[in-house]
Design a protein around this ligand. Structure first.
Ligand code: ADP
Length: 607
């Protein structure tokens, strides 16, 4: 058996169609019966009328004595094919029949005759035993004046009746079939009308379930269905708004996480990753943050973090501490871990504190260094004063000790002056006043100031102007002069007589480099990374002898940094040292320089 259709339209259609067919069949059955009844009544009435007309003639035949006398013409003229007339005596003997010829079987027990005998009139419908034709009979009892009786029976072949009847019935059936067809058509239409909006709603609901929140369902149909559609649209809109909100929150949160310089790692109670930001991945040496749900310790070997997170998960109080970085050697990470209630897991913060710890150490070392640097000259000054206070001190001795005291006081003054300068540069930071200046100006000033010293020491100063002038930069002339003074002064200081110091410019894209190269004593390579530290000297006694404070290069570094530049050094012991100061060329200056360069070329051609 074919299963019942599953669609709503199919079901509605089938149900209504079944009801219509059932009603129609009922109607047809009932109508047919009524029609048949009506027809037989009609025929019976016609037969009754015929019988009425023939009663006189029948009575005459049934009561006459002479059987051979001719039948009255009223009887014989009746057309047998239309109306069969039979006269039956009380005992059932057939006295006349206009269709069959005698001998004819006794008709006393024919149902219509039996009924007429009892009730005066009887009717029956059957196939005639005599004529073998389906016939409707009406029999009438005729009571004679002498108390006897007989029967007049008229019958008509039902074939005609049936033909008539089927004509009417087929007309009726055709009408009903047309009605059924229209009814089914209507049902199909109504079922589609009811089901189509529901189908659209179902399609939309499926889209929603698959995450498509953009579409909208529009339906025509019953108001209830329209309401469902509206609710669905509202729901999608609401959902969209909420998802957008959640999405925005998520974006903001991940943007915040991504922009954090602290690494954040959160794990659930099973130590699976809940969150890891870019900084954490970087600090842990991972190419990218681990996916949510991945096992942290599979990817990361970091015992300190493991300990911290496990402790936090176990409910230990917040944990803070430093740990060596698992990714980069010699780097220190500050770690803190806290439990996230209620039972969410634990979160750890990681922060690279290498620089902070280094600065702490620098600060501590600095105080120690300052104290140490000051203690030596101070001791010398105090010793000299003590000697001077001694009455036994001779005049020559006094002069010598006064000289010692002065030299050490000057030295202390130099240290204090350099320290003050350094702290001023540091505190000025980015606020150092700047203007557009040609870079040659501070370089030349420094050269001029030191040319005497170089000459006195027998060191040749070699200076070449920049190939294209002027080199405009944005800077502070006084500070830059200090930079080049310190560098050139050092170069002269650490170059023996007969050596040379060369200053030159190197142009490179958006920056210019000033090189101060000497042919002096150079420095061991292990000292190079430290020479920009305060008070660092390669050879302490030698530097002190030369009046150095050990702060010159620290000042250089800070000044250059304030100009967004960088300073570097190359050196080889016994061969010489080259310091390079690279500064960004001013944007506008670049244009002017372009023009200046053009004019230089022009001049060159002119010459
Ligand atoms: P100082 O006052 O002692 O010169 P600086 O900070 O200027 O201090 O320099 C630090 C150290 O770097 C010096 O003590 C010296 O050992 C080394 N140094 C600096 N410039 C040169 C150079 N041109 N040649 C060799 N050594 C140098």
């Amino acid at each position: 058996m074919k299963p019942a259709p599953k669609t709503l339209a199919g079901r509605i259609f089938l149900t209504f169609a079944a009801i219509q067919v059932a009603l129609l069949l009922l109607g047809v059955g009932y109508g047919e019966r009524r029609l048949r009844q009506f027809h037989s009544d009609q025929i019976e009435r016609r037969l009754g009328t015929a019988a009425e007309l023939l009663t006189g003639a029948a009575t005459e035949v049934l009561t006459r004595v002479d059987d051979d006398a001719p039948f009255p013409p009223l009887l014989t003229s009746v057309d047998g094919s239309k109306l069969r007339v039979t006269l039956i005596a009380a005992d059932g003997e057939v006295r006349f029949d206009n269709v069959s010829k005698p001998p004819i079987a006794n008709h006393g027990q024919r149902p219509e005759v039996v009924q007429a005998r009892q009730e005066g009139e009887g009717a029956a419908f059957r196939t005639s035993a005599t004529t073998s034709i389906a016939t409707l009979y009406v029999a009438r009892r005729i009571d004679f004046a002498d108390g006897g009786h007989g029967f007049l029976r008229v019958g008509t072949a039902v074939e005609t009746v049936q033909r008539e009847f089927s004509l009417v019935a087929s007309g009726l059936l055709l009408g009903l079939a047309a009605a059924l067809f229209l009814g089914l058509l209507g049902t199909a239409f109504v079922s589609r009308w009811l089901a189509r909006p529901l189908e659209s709603i179902q399609v939309r609901a499926a889209e929603l379930a698959q995450g498509d929140l953009e579409g909208k369902v529009r339906v025509r149909g019953p108001v209830e269905v329209r309401r469902i559609a509206n609710s669905l649209n509202r729901m999608a809109k609401e959902l969209r708004a909420r998802i957008e909100l959640v999405e925005r929150d998520r974006r903001e949160t991940s943007a915040i996480h991504a922009s954090m310089s602290e690494g954040v790692v959160a794990v659930d109670p099973d130590e699976r990753v809940l969150l890891m930001n870019d900084a954490a991945a970087r600090l842990l040496g991972l190419p990218r943050p681990l996916e949510v749900g991945s096992e942290l310790w599979r990817e990361v070997r970091f015992p300190d973090l493991e300990l911290a997170l496990r402790g936090a998960l176990a409910g230990a109080p917040e944990w803070h501490g430093d740990a060596p970085s698992p990714a980069v050697e010699n780097r220190i990470l500050a770690l803190s871990a806290t439990r996230v209630e209620p039972d969410v897991g634990a979160v750890a913060l990681l922060y690279d504190v290498t620089e902070l710890r280094r600065l702490d150490k620098v600060r501590i070392d600095f105080v120690a260094n300052v104290s140490h640097e000051m203690r030596t000259p101070l001791t010398a000054v105090l010793g000299a004063i003590e000697t001077l206070e001694d009455p036994a001190t001779t005049k020559e001795e006094a002069t010598r000790f006064l000289d010692i005291a002065r030299r050490n006081a000057v030295r202390m003054q130099a240290i204090v002056a350099d320290l003050l300068e350094l702290s001023r540069i540091e505190s000025e930071g980015d606020r150092i006043p700047m203007e557009k200046i040609p870079l040659e100006n501070p370089v030349r000033s420094a050269m001029r100031a030191l040319s005497g010293t170089a000459e006195a020491k027998g060191v040749a100063l070699d200076y070449a102007d920049p190939p294209h002038r002027p080199f405009l930069i944005t800077g502070n002339e006084k500070r830059l002069e200090q930079v080049f003074t310190n560098l050139i002064e050092n170069a002269i200081k650490y170059t023996p007589a007969g050596g040379s110091v060369r200053v030159r410019y190197l142009e490179g894209g958006s920056a210019v480099t000033v090189e101060v190269a000497d042919s002096g004593i150079g420095m061991p390579s292990e000292s190079l990374p430290r020479i920009f530290e305060r008070f660092y000297r390669v050879d302490k006694s030698r530097s002190r002898e030369m009046g150095g404070t050990g702060l010159g290069l620290a000042i250089v570094k800070h000044c250059v940094r304030a100009h967004n530049g960088r300073v570097s050094v190359r050196s080889e012991e016994g061969t010489g040292t080259t310091f390079s100061v690279t500064l960004p060329i001013d944007g506008n200056g670049g244009e002017e320089q372009g023009r200046a360069r053009e004019s230089t070329r022009e001049q060159g051609r002119g010459r």
